[in-house]
Design a protein around this ligand. Structure first.
Ligand SMILES: [Zn+2]
Ligand SMILES: [Zn+2]
Length: 324
């Protein structure tokens, strides 16, 4: 009898393996370190983080062209114009609304601290120690806001814009409906301001979230190993973008996977890779244009009917985000 041969996957080149293990920690450390150094020299924190944020984005976007995880994710699938529009619009909204909101909360937090006679935030700690604490606090709120968006229909309508992405690349980190971004951003940043977290620490949270988010959605071959128990990075987040709800309704963490571990929603199968074909299984023909995406939560019945298609109608994502 002829013996059967089993095709084994080709081994990864050593340089690619080294890249996959090191690029995220190296870029994150370099950008945070650069921002800390600049802040220590007396530069306004919100200004100090900007060059490192833009530089980090440029490095990640450039590396995707050189070492993409999937070549099919390199090219627009009708999504690029909308992603640019959402990134620009959301960035502008952030610039306009965030300073006033944060200042109002900081004032409220200060008044509260004076009233109870206790300083709520350990502002005397070094910034490198304040940052993990700030991330953990912010992530607790973000976890439940994000999870609610998957489990409450009226919130899923807004969050579906993010999950309708047909591919993953760095700019997906900004592909959010403005209402989604406002809810997550507000839920995440305002408790910190209310607790008295200072502007330098807040600016570092913004920088960390931006660099982490771009890597999290990047089209890069990343490996974190045990750090997948710390960060909510690409290997975990690609499962969150699976078209199948039973796979996607996991790994809600924005930066950290901490609260997914605590609440039992961390998921990283060891026997297979996340799917290359992503999107929403029950809404495969989701609108792609910028204005159609912005309007989609307000025209949900029509969007659902058009996006589902006849064969998908009646297939439930899960009760809350079935598109019903
Ligand atoms: Zn989600
Ligand atoms: Zn995502």
């Amino acid at each position: 009898m002829p013996s059967q041969t089993v095709a084994l996957p080709a081994p990864e080149p050593v340089a690619l393996r080294v890249f996959a293990w090191t690029v995220f920690p190296v870029v994150l450390t370099a950008t945070l370190g650069g921002a800390l150094w600049t802040i220590a020299r007396g530069v306004e924190p919100a200004v100090a983080v900007l060059p490192f944020l833009i530089g980090g984005y440029a490095v990640i976007a450039g590396l995707e062209r050189v070492v993409p995880l999937h070549r099919s994710w390199l090219h627009s699938q009708g999504d690029l114009a909308a992603d640019i529009g959402l990134a620009a619009g959301n960035g502008l909204l952030n610039r306009l609304a965030e300073p006033a909101l944060l200042a109002a909360c900081a004032a409220a937090g200060l008044a509260l601290s004076e009233r109870i006679g206790v300083t709520l935030w350990p502002g005397h700690w070094p910034l490198v120690a304040q940052l993990p604490l700030a991330l953990a606090v912010a992530e607790l709120v973000e976890y439940w806001v994000h999870r609610s968006m998957h489990e409450r229909d009226w919130l899923w309508r807004f969050h579906a814009v993010h999950h309708s992405a047909p591919r993953l690349y760095w700019l997906n980190a900004a592909r959010f409906h403005p209402v989604d971004l406002a809810l997550v951003g507000t839920g995440k940043m305002l408790p910190l301001a209310l607790l008295g977290c200072g502007p330098a620490c807040l600016a570092l949270v913004v920088l960390f979230s931006a660099i982490h988010g771009a890597f999290q959605h990047s089209n890069l071959p990343l490996r974190l190993g045990p750090l997948n128990w710390v960060f909510s990075m690409a290997e975990l987040h690609r499962w969150h973008h699976s078209p199948r709800a039973e796979e996607a309704n996991h790994n809600y963490g924005g930066n950290l996977i901490l609260w997914d571990v605590v609440f039992g929603t961390r998921w990283l199968p060891a026997d297979r890779e996340p799917p290359e074909a992503i999107g929403i299984e029950t809404l495969p023909a989701f609108p792609m244009g910028l204005w159609a995406l912005l309007a989609s939560p307000f025209q949900w019945a029509r969007v659902r009917a058009q996006a589902a298609g006849p064969e998908a109608a009646g297939v439930g994502r899960r009760p809350a985000n079935s598109g019903a």
